[in-house]
Design a protein around this ligand. Structure first.
Ligand code: ZN
Length: 878
């Protein structure tokens, strides 16, 4: 905060002396176009500053005495413009607030030339933005993270995605360190001062946000080649053994991606590099960054969850090498062109590679997750206009990733996978090495599909909300469906239901022993779909074929019974999950009674598939939610025990030899659920005993279930257990285990202990990036501790703000409103509003988060009024 105010003050005073020109508000005006960068940086891991110089080939298209570019927290020592004629003009610097610097000249400049800027910047130890460093063992390692707008912390530049040009990097680093960047090194020369110069090959055109480098005592593991592409895994010193799974899986995933796109991997090398800790991975061209615990784990310490998680993330980041890197979004409003596609592609490729992992079900779950966010009136659009840094920060949300990928999947299903793939390939070829917009994409898909998909696609891109299609099956004559559309609105919503989409509605049904599929576009408020292949009334009918359409179904006149006939045995796992998810939404909109939903829970609690059981458990979770009064909560727990307890007891906490991964995944979900929400004594006791033994000698709990067991022990544990978790966490060197201990520290139900856990965010024992979410959000899952994080933030606001990372892409303070998101009463709602109202504008991305949290509380209050009596009646009779 102090730094920010200092900069603003400075920009006011200096602007008066400099030639009159106000800094841009959000975007550069395009009057100066870069065409190439040469960046020279001197970086020593462990030092908090670096020196740099940059030469930018530019074309000044509008004659001006000042050139604005992006720079943040950089101290510029020297700047000049050398015109093509050879004339050189020195510049003085006009500060431009947090994001800009102006280079002012004594006379106007124009035409082509080279901007030269020498400067100094910071290498952060507390954030993961710009250039930052992290310690592994006793050594520091330097990395970069520039998306969305932090390249400007590393060099003055035109920091917008549509400025896509070649970059040539030269690094001066300690002689014994390894330096890597987007491209291969072309030369390495010792300097006299214990340093060396590493010069990298000029890159293909890249936006500033995809430039990357790393410096440190890395070990490099060679993973061979795919075609001409050398593949390497780069890890902190001594961690090479952990790269095994990555070296095996990356080449296979890369081959599948090349085959889908029909375009070879676009860059000269593919490096994957481990950062000691990070809550992100990043698709830098040719140098993808991952958290170490995701990329590189010793085989002896590995789990199947980690391997699956890595493969899915790697497929995502590698898909970006085409979607995002080769073809880049022109501006942040179309970031879905990067993120929705990579999310859709990660599942498609992993499904091809490992069908037994059921990534198709993950796609349905992603759709259901997006639906919850998208039913809010304050939800973003996929293609939300960008008016401020807030909008840039908010654009990396569930709407962009999950709604975006669900909408893509819907259109792929509608026009057919092969045609869609041809359209994707056309789009990539047409815009290779450049940038593109939504219209460019729609044009390519329309051309491959042989019809204009844009009006339908735009109806999902440019408006928020989930369409609800109500479906009535009419078999009085030729079987047909009566369809109607409106916006899904949860109980208590102030939104308008009258909203129109052009929805590709695809249905499946069985008639005379054969399954038929049929699609129609629903463009009007009401319409009919004659079931062309039905000779008689269908035996069953699924109104969202494959559950791959981005719409919610309202099942009219008993249609739900027909959809779920014979417990949905005729449906795929993804379809069963999708239908149960729809039921859960209908419960929130008041269109299905909780009794109906809870009856389905009983029907599906013993489904053969673990993902269906997980969804049934999620529906049952309403019995432990805000709408149930405290005195009936034990009854809710009893229901959960009765429905799921037997299965959970059979599973127990510890896997038996030879069990399938599906069974082990079910255990992770169900045993915790029955222990915590069902308060099953036997499982709680087992968790306590297992924890005691594990704390003594670290044995008896496999890593795949460690976090679940420790959290259950914590929920029902005392202060002594808290203290022991605390000591163990501080001593723990393995970050994966420390993360589980932090999760446990945030899980105590005793309010006094939960307060002690929150206090840990103010000590230096844990890095905030590791501890913030576990400690702040853990207490939200249980009513007595739910108010504590908000109280804690109110009391310690300044201390927290001073400790948290605050950059545009990762302003942790923007998450503060979510900490208050568990409230369900008007008094707290108003308190939250009053506290954040004037403050939230200082937290980048915060205003929309606050609006969504307040809306969520309003809905919860309304829902409690409507559903509460029904749940009370249900539980009293139970
Ligand atoms: Zn991504």
């Amino acid at each position: 905060m102090q730094i920010r105010f200092a900069l603003v003050a400075c920009s006011l005073c200096c602007a008066m002396a400099a030639p009159v020109s106000a800094p841009p508000k959000l975007r550069l005006d395009g009057s100066v176009q870069p065409s190439r960068y040469a960046v020279d940086l001197t970086i020593t891991p462990g030092r908090d500053t670096f020196r740099g110089s940059v030469d930018i080939d530019v074309d000044v298209r509008v004659t001006s005495p000042v050139i604005w570019l992006n720079a943040s927290a950089l101290q510029i020592h020297d700047a000049s413009f050398r015109a093509a004629s050879g004339d050189a003009l020195a510049a003085h610097v006009t500060p431009g607030g947090n994001d800009f610097a102006g280079l002012s000249f004594d006379r106007p400049v124009s035409g082509k030339g080279v901007l030269h800027i020498a400067y100094e910047g910071k290498i952060s130890r507390t954030s993961s933005a710009g250039l930052f460093q992290q310690k592994e063992g006793d050594q520091w390692y330097v990395y970069t993270q520039f998306e969305p707008t932090d390249a400007r912390r590393a060099f003055p530049c035109f920091d917008e995605p549509n400025f896509k040009v070649p970059w040539q990097l030269t690094l001066h680093v300690p002689k014994d360190d390894v330096a890597v960047a987007n491209t291969p090194a072309v030369s390495e020369m010792d300097e006299p001062n214990g340093m060396k110069t590493v010069k990298f090959k000029e890159s293909k055109p890249l936006p500033s946000y995809l430039v990357a480098l790393a410096v440190g005592n890395f070990d490099i593991v060679d993973a061979g080649k795919v075609g001409k592409t050398p593949i390497r895994v780069i890890v902190p010193h001594g961690k090479a053994e952990g790269a095994k799974y990555a070296t095996e899986s990356i080449p296979q995933l890369l081959k599948l991606l090349e085959s889908y796109f029909g375009i070879p991997y676009p860059y000269e090398k593919l490096d994957s590099i481990a950062m000691p800790f990070a809550n992100f991975a990043m698709e830098n061209a040719g140098l993808i960054t991952y958290e170490e615990s995701l990329l590189a784990v010793k085989p002896a310490d590995d789990t199947f969850n980690r391997q699956r998680g890595f493969a899915v993330t790697a497929a995502h980041e590698m898909a970006h090498q085409w979607f995002g890197d080769l073809v880049t979004t022109a501006w942040w409003n179309d970031i879905w062109l990067n993120e929705a596609f990579a999310s859709w592609m990660e599942r498609k490729i992993v499904e091809q590679w490992k069908p037994e992992w059921h990534e198709g079900v993950a796609a349905v779950n992603a759709r259901l997750g997006a639906t919850r966010e998208d039913t809010l009136v304050s939800a973003r659009k996929i293609r939300q206009p960008i008016e401020s840094n807030n909008d840039i920060a908010n654009s990396f949300d569930g709407i962009t990733y999950s709604k975006g990928s669900a909408v893509i999947q819907m259109f792929e299903t509608w026009i057919g996978t092969e045609k869609f793939r041809k359209g994707v390939q056309l789009y990539l070829k047409q815009h290779a090495w450049g940038s593109a917009t939504a219209s460019d994409f729609e044009a390519a898909i329309s051309s491959a599909a042989g019809r204009n998909i844009a009006p339908a696609f735009d109806s999902f891109l440019d408006q928020s909300g989930v369409p609800e299609v109500s479906v009535t099956l009419d078999c009085t004559s030729k079987p047909k469906l009566e369809l109607a559309q409106k916006r899904v609105l949860p109980i208590g919503s102030h939104g308008s239901p009258q909203q129109l989409w052009r929805i590709p509605v695809c249905v499946a049904y069985e008639s005379n022993g054969t399954v038929h599929h049929q699609c129609d576009v629903l463009a009007d408020p009401r319409s009919e779909m004659v079931l062309t292949a039905a000779k008689s009334c269908p035996a069953w009918l699924l109104p969202n074929d494959g559950e791959s359409g981005y719409y919610q179904v309202e099942y009219k006149n008993g249609l739900l019974d027909k959809t779920l006939a014979d417990k949905g045995r005729h449906l795929t796992v993804a379809e069963r999950v999708g239908v149960l998810g729809n039921v859960q939404t209908l419960e929130n909109t008041g269109e299905i009674s909780p009794r109906v939903a809870l009856a389905l829970v009983q029907d599906f609690a013993n489904d053969p598939n673990y993902q269906v059981i997980s969804l049934a458990a999620s529906i049952a979770g309403i019995l432990r939610g805000n709408a149930v009064p405290d005195e009936l909560r034990p009854k809710g727990a009893q229901f959960i025990r009765q429905v799921f307890g037997k299965r959970a007891a059979e599973l127990g906490w510890i896997a038996k030899p030879g069990e399938s991964e599906d069974t082990r995944l079910l255990r992770q979900r169900l045993v915790s659920f029955v222990a915590n929400a069902g308060e099953e004594k036997e499982l709680i006791d087992q968790a306590r005993k297992l924890t005691e033994r594990w704390l003594q000698d670290r044995s008896g709990i496999p890593l795949e279930i460690l976090g679940n067991v420790l959290r259950t022990a914590a929920q029902f544990g005392d202060r002594d257990l808290f203290d022991r978790f605390h000591q163990a966490g501080v001593k723990e060197r393995d970050r994966r285990i420390r993360q589980q201990l932090l999760g446990a520290l945030g899980s105590f139900r005793n309010p006094e202990i939960a307060r002690a856990a929150l206090e840990l965010t103010l000590s230096d024992e844990f890095d905030m990036r590791e501890s913030f979410f576990a400690l702040m959000f853990g207490p939200l899952s249980y009513p007595p501790t739910r108010p504590l994080p908000f109280e804690f933030i109110k009391q310690n606001l300044d201390k927290l703000l001073a400790r948290l990372p605050r950059e545009v892409g990762s302003d942790y303070a923007a998450n503060f409103p979510f900490v208050a998101g568990g409230f369900c009463d008007a008094t707290h709602r108003d308190e939250v509003d009053a506290f954040f109202k004037d403050r939230i504008k200082d937290y980048t991305g915060g205003p929309r988060n606050l609006a969504q949290v307040l809306e969520g509380m309003d809905l919860c209050i309304a829902q409690r009024k409507v559903l509460g009596p029904e749940l009370v009646a249900f539980l009293q009779q139970y």
